[in-house]
Design a protein around this ligand. Structure first.
Ligand code: ADP
Length: 324
């Protein structure tokens, strides 16, 4: 009910729409539709009045033609606005893609040089200098991740996210992901519990990208717990799909923000307040990877109680041996 009210309110909030689309209020599609509606009502009343007062068909035809011209003009404005928005969107995606490509190489180079410095010449560095170098290494690592995320977002928006699908042992993949997050969990005092109810769960998917999704959900679960807590990961076979549930007892997502969760750059208010180190791109990428893999991603969350993030991907079809 609340969502419906909010949607109706958003539909008529012309200022918000104009800001979102980057056009002026009178160019927003909703404003133009309202004007079009008013013109249609006025035109129908006008034509009725004209035809009641004038017997001459010429007058009626001329007034109808004027109305048609007016409607075409408004319709044309709507199409132009939509075209402009689509063009701007395309340019933005291309810019993000080019900028990320250009940034990728220098960031990787910087990372290698720092690693080299830390491995080969660390004996010559003081404790403070080593600390600073480690800090730079962490920052370049972060930059590298952000650039990779931006590249993935651009690929998704251009419909070019290619998946290299193969048969993958899903439980092994989930266990590897949990393993890779153990240090992070320990540092935050979070208990990581995992259970895979099946020995071998083969899925047909892109291994690297599926790991990205698992890493994102598990690291989010750890990241969005205040203080001590527990993250549980369940893997099971549900109706021909491998299904994962990542449950945490963390801060949760406020109900009125839950509809926006898979939008690009979305970060809930309660997480912005406490954690500055997020981009709001992980779930957008994860949702797209899973949907492109033929599965789905969903969640349940209660603020200050915790969240459960789920996703499922289709199982690999086992080839039957044909006996001659
Ligand atoms: P990031 O974590 O980098 O901000 P994500 O796309 O992974 O980006 O997540 C988007 C937002 O969804 C987060 O900023 C946070 O507000 C919310 N969120 C995601 N996972 C959880 C979770 N397990 N518990 C609470 N909030 C979450």
């Amino acid at each position: 009910m609340f969502n419906l009210k909010q949607r109706v309110y958003d539909e008529f909030n012309l200022k918000k729409q104009a800001d979102e689309l980057g056009v002026s209020v009178w160019q927003t599609p909703s404003f133009l539709f309202i004007i079009m509606g008013l013109v249609i009502i006025a035109a129908m009343t006008g034509i009725y009045v004209v035809s009641a007062h004038y017997d001459s068909p010429e007058v009626v035809v001329i007034s109808e033609s004027l109305v048609v011209i007016l409607l075409f003009t408004i319709g044309n404005s709507i199409i132009r606005t939509v075209e402009e928005v689509a063009k701007a969107n395309k340019m933005k995606t291309e810019f993000v893609s080019i900028a990320s490509h250009q940034l990728k190489t220098p960031i990787s180079e910087m990372k290698w040089q720092i690693e080299l410095l830390l491995i080969k010449f660390s004996t010559g560095l003081s404790v403070r200098q080593t600390e600073i170098m480690n800090e730079i290494a962490r920052s370049s690592e972060k930059m590298g991740r952000l650039v990779n995320d931006l590249l993935d977002v651009a690929r998704i928006d251009q419909g070019q996210l290619a998946l290299d699908k193969k048969n993958v042992n899903f439980c092994d993949l989930a266990n590897d992901s949990v393993e890779s997050q153990k240090i992070f969990a320990k540092a935050r005092n979070i208990e990581l519990v995992t259970s895979c109810n099946v020995d071998k769960l083969m899925v047909f998917a892109d291994k690297r990208r599926l790991s990205v999704v698992l890493d994102n959900l598990i690291s989010n679960a750890i990241k969005y717990i205040d203080g001590k807590g527990k993250v549980e990961i369940f893997v099971e076979n549900v109706d021909g799909f491998a299904q994962v549930c990542v449950r945490d007892d963390g801060v949760g997502i406020p109900k009125n923000e839950q509809d926006n969760i898979a939008e690009k750059f979305f970060r809930s208010n309660n997480s912005i307040k406490n954690r500055t180190d997020g981009t709001g791109l992980g779930l957008y990428i994860a949702k797209n990877i899973i949907e492109q893999s033929g599965g789905k991603l969903w969640f349940k969350s209660i603020e200050n109680v915790g969240s459960e993030f789920y996703f499922s991907v289709p199982l690999a079809i086992e080839k039957e041996t044909v006996v001659a």
